[in-house]
Design a protein around this ligand. Structure first.
Ligand code: NAI
Ligand code: MG
Length: 323
């Protein structure tokens, strides 16, 4: 029996969590789902966007499934705080097109520091955000990227940074990258400035296997990955630490389409597949992924972001029917 904390959150987070749990129920796995709250609606009820009870539940569970939350200026980001509380220092985001073989790479994003260190202040005259980059976290994430590339049989790992303008902080990241690269002689290391990388992702995506980068750059490149595939509603992610995992779609709460049954549930469902893999249920994960791949290739059932007219539930029903 796996204990899974589920945090649907706000907006379409709620709408994509429901079908995902329905699909997980069709597997042979034995899950105990523990629903918890976080986000803007939670803040309205309890005065906090991330209750201690939610954090404790995640810590006590085998994994967490997270939908999306709407940010509020009064509170620190719930998801960034959760990543920190659970020490989930790796953020893995596969960008794979099922219709264009040129696009198949994974972004490995440093998840614990950078500009997401919650160190921001207003001293009356200046507003300052601190971007913290350490040798330890940089080497740890680069090592994971090379190990991951080796594990899935990929040839290259590319680092993205801005060491020309940030020679100290991104200097540390770049140095860490090539230091770790030495330990993986079978993998070809390469690096680009983040701005050039943003262009190459569009002009020559096939050259990328695994991309490793700092926190904010990874966040931005992931949504660019969404653009490459045509929708953010297709991109899953895994937040991984030493003893825990949290799985969430790359997208947010999408207030523009919330409550309309229009959200694409695929990003959330594929995130649950990453959870199944994390829990050593590769076969179940593969089965669901193959089904989604078949539906995308067929192109008959498409939510509006994919250019179709089907709704969230119809996509879910099709997946369950095919499973
Ligand atoms: P967003 O990711 O929610 O939406 C961006 C665009 O993509 C919108 O046009 C939306 O309709 C579309 N989209 C996103 N997911 C989709 C799906 N599954 N199916 C179809 N279309 C989809 O980003 P936005 O609008 O910048 O932020 C909205 C709120 O979400 C903000 O409060 C933001 O802070 C929060 N957010 C939360 C995240 C999290 O909880 N991890 C991540 C990103 C944003
Ligand atoms: Mg993002």
């Amino acid at each position: 029996m796996f204990k899974i904390t589920t945090i649907p959150g706000d907006g379409i987070g709620q709408e994509v969590m429901k079908p995902t749990l329905e699909i997980l129920e069709t597997t042979n796995a034995n899950f105990d789902f523990i629903p918890q709250e976080a986000g803007k609606e939670c803040y309205k009820k309890y005065g906090t966007n991330l209750p201690q009870e939610t954090i404790n539940s995640c810590k006590e569970s085998d994994s967490t499934l997270f939908g999306a939350v709407t940010s509020i200026p009064q509170q620190k980001s719930a998801i960034v705080t959760l990543r920190k509380e659970l020490n989930l220092y790796i953020n893995q985001r596969p960008i794979k097109s099922y219709t264009n073989p040129e696009i198949n790479f994974t972004i490995i994003r440093e998840n614990s520091e950078g500009l997401y260190s919650h160190m921001e202040e207003d001293n009356g005259e200046e507003t300052i955000a601190i971007r913290k980059i350490t040798h330890k976290a940089s080497e740890r994430i680069c090592d994971y990227a090379f190990r991951y590339a080796e594990k899935i049989g990929k040839k290259t790992v590319t680092a993205a940074h801005k060491a020309n303008v940030l020679p100290i902080t991104d200097g540390v990241f770049k140095t860490a990258f090539y230091k770790i690269a030495n330990q993986y002689p079978n993998i070809i290391p390469n690096d680009y400035y983040i701005d050039a990388m943003a262009m190459y992702l569009i002009t020559k995506p096939s050259q990328f296997d695994v991309i490793v980068t700092t926190n904010l750059f990874g966040d931005i490149l992931s949504d660019e990955g969404g653009g490459l595939l045509g929708s953010l509603g297709l991109i899953p992610s895994a937040n991984i630490g030493n003893d825990n995992g949290l799985f969430e779609p790359v997208h947010g709460s999408a207030p523009d389409i919330a409550g309309k049954n229009k959200a694409n549930p695929i990003a959330m469902i594929l995130s649950s597949c990453l959870m199944l893999e994390f829990l050593n249920m590769e076969k179940e994960a593969q089965n669901i992924q193959n089904t989604i791949e078949e539906i995308i290739r067929e192109g008959k059932i498409k939510t509006p972001d994919m250019g179709g007219t089907q709704n969230t539930q119809e996509m879910c029903d099709e997946i369950i029917k095919k499973l």
